[in-house]
Design a protein around this ligand. Structure first.
Ligand code: KG4
Ligand code: ZN
Length: 357
C-alpha cells in the first residue's frame, strides 16, 4: 500500500506557537500548540513584539515536540507548510523562515499557506466536505461569509464593517473584567447567568447587505457596564447576565448574516449542500447549537471542526499544505510574508455598506 503523504505544518501568526504533522489520510499524527496567553495577560491583549520573540524562542521546541509525539523522523516528511500571512508580521516571519529553512535543508517542497485558508479548509481535514460550500469564518481578526469554490478559490460574500466577532467577545470580556481571550470567558460566565439581559442591539440584523457590524453592540455594553458600576463594583451575577446578553446578541447577528449569505448564494442559482464554520469563535458551544438548528432548517449539512481545530493550530496549516501539494501549488523559497492577505482579493471594500436603513 502506498504511504500517505506527510506534511509538517507551522503556525505563528498570532499568539500560538504551533507545529503539527498531518498525513494525506486525514490523520493528525501530532498537533503541538504552545500558548502564549500568560506572556500577554498583563497587557489585556496581544503585544506583537512579545509574540514575535516568544515564537523565536519556542518554535524549535514545538517542532521537536511534534516529531516526538508522532514517532516520525524529520526526513519522513514530504513537504513543509507554514503560515505566511495574514497576521502579526514578526511572528509570521519566524514561522515562514523556519519552514523554508527546513524545506531547503531536506530538499522538500515548501508551501506558503494563507492562515485564513488554513481555517477555511479545516473542515475537510475532519470530514469529506466537497466544494462548493458556504463558510462562516469567525476569528479574533476576521468575520466573513465566503463561498469556497475550491483550494485558492474564494468568493467573499459578507465581511465586518468594524470589529470581528472574536473581537466583540474579547472587548466585551475586557469591559466586564473577564480577561483575555474573551470568548471562552464570556461563554463560561453566560452559562452561569440566571437572568440574561435581552435588550442589547443586534447591528445589521435583517439588512439586505450580507455584512456584519459589532461596534454598536460594544458601545451599548459599555453603557450598561458604566450604569451598573454607579453603585460600586460590578456584582458577579450582573457580569454573568451581561455576558449572556452579549453572547446571544453576537450569535443572533452571526446566524442572521449567515442566512443572508445563504439567500444570496441561492438567489444566484447555485445549489449548496454544505455549511462550514471555522475560526476560534466556532468553538463556542451556544453558536454551534444555534447553527445546527439553522442548518437543519435550511436543509444543509453542517461541519464544524472540534474546538481545538477551530482556534489557531498548525494541523490546519499542514492540511492546507496537503491540499495545495496535491494540486501542485508549491511555493518558491522566495514566497513573501504578508501582514494582509485577503482570501478574495477581488472583493470590493464594504465601506459605505450599512449606512442606509
Ligand atoms: O482563530 P483564532 O484562534 O485566532 C485568530 O486567528 O484570530 O480565534 C481567536 C478568537 C478570539 O477572539 C477568542 O475570544 C475567540 O476566538 N474564541 C471564542 C471561543 N474560543 C475562542 N469565542 C467565543 N466562544 C469561544 N468558546
Ligand atoms: Zn486564526
Amino acid at each position: 500500500m502506498p504511504v500517505p503523504m506527510l506534511v509538517l505544518g507551522l503556525e505563528s501568526s498570532c499568539d500560538e506557537t504551533a507545529a503539527a504533522l498531518v498525513d494525506g489520510e486525514r490523520r493528525i499524527r501530532a498537533d503541538t500548540i504552545i500558548d502564549q496567553g500568560a506572556d500577554h495577560a498583563a497587557f489585556g491583549g496581544i503585544v506583537p513584539e512579545i509574540a514575535a520573540r516568544a515564537h523565536l524562542d519556542r518554535l524549535d521546541g514545538a517542532i521537536r515536540a511534534a516529531f516526538a509525539a508522532s514517532g516520525c523522523d524529520l526526513p519522513a516528511i514530504d513537504a513543509v507548510a507554514a503560515t505566511c500571512g495574514p497576521g502579526l508580521i514578526g511572528g509570521v516571519i519566524v514561522g515562514a523562515t523556519m519552514g523554508k529553512a527546513i524545506a531547503l535543508a531536506l530538499g522538500k517542497p515548501f508551501l506558503a499557506v494563507n492562515h485564513l485558508e488554513g481555517h477555511a479548509l479545516s473542515a475537510r481535514l475532519i470530514a469529506p466536505v466537497d466544494f462548493p460550500y458556504l463558510l462562516l469564518l469567525v476569528s479574533g481578526g476576521h468575520c466573513q461569509t465566503l463561498l469556497v469554490e475550491g483550494v485558492g478559490r474564494y468568493r467573499r460574500l459578507g465581511t465586518t464593517l468594524d470589529d470581528a466577532a472574536g473581537e466583540a467577545f474579547d472587548k466585551g470580556a475586557k469591559l466586564l473584567g473577564l480577561g483575555y481571550p474573551g470568548g471562552p470567558a464570556i461563554a463560561a460566565a453566560a452559562a452561569r447567568a440566571r437572568h440574561p439581559i435581552r435588550d442589547l442591539p443586534r447591528p445589521m440584523l435583517g439588512r439586505a447587505e450580507p455584512h456584519f457590524s459589532f461596534s454598536g453592540l460594544k458601545t451599548a455594553l459599555r453603557q450598561r457596564v458604566t450604569a451598573a458600576k454607579e453603585g460600586g463594583p460590578l456584582d458577579p451575577a450582573v457580569i454573568d447576565d451581561l455576558a449572556a446578553g452579549l453572547e446571544t446578541a453576537i450569535i443572533d447577528c452571526l446566524v442572521d448574516r449567515m442566512a443572508r449569505a445563504l439567500a444570496l448564494v441561492r438567489e444566484s442559482g447555485m445549489a449548496l449542500r454544505d455549511l462550514v464554520v471555522a475560526g476560534g469563535v466556532g468553538a463556542n458551544l451556544a453558536l454551534r447549537s444555534r447553527l445546527a438548528d439553522f442548518a437543519a432548517a435550511a436543509g444543509l449539512r453542517l461541519t464544524i471542526p472540534p474546538g481545538k481545530l477551530c482556534t489557531d493550530n498548525a494541523a490546519m496549516i499542514a492540511w492546507a499544505g496537503i491540499e495545495r501539494l496535491r494540486l501542485g501549488l508549491v511555493s518558491g523559497l522566495d514566497a513573501p510574508v504578508r501582514p494582509r492577505w485577503p482570501l478574495d482579493d477581488r472583493a470590493p471594500s464594504a465601506l459605505g455598506a450599512g449606512v442606509k436603513a
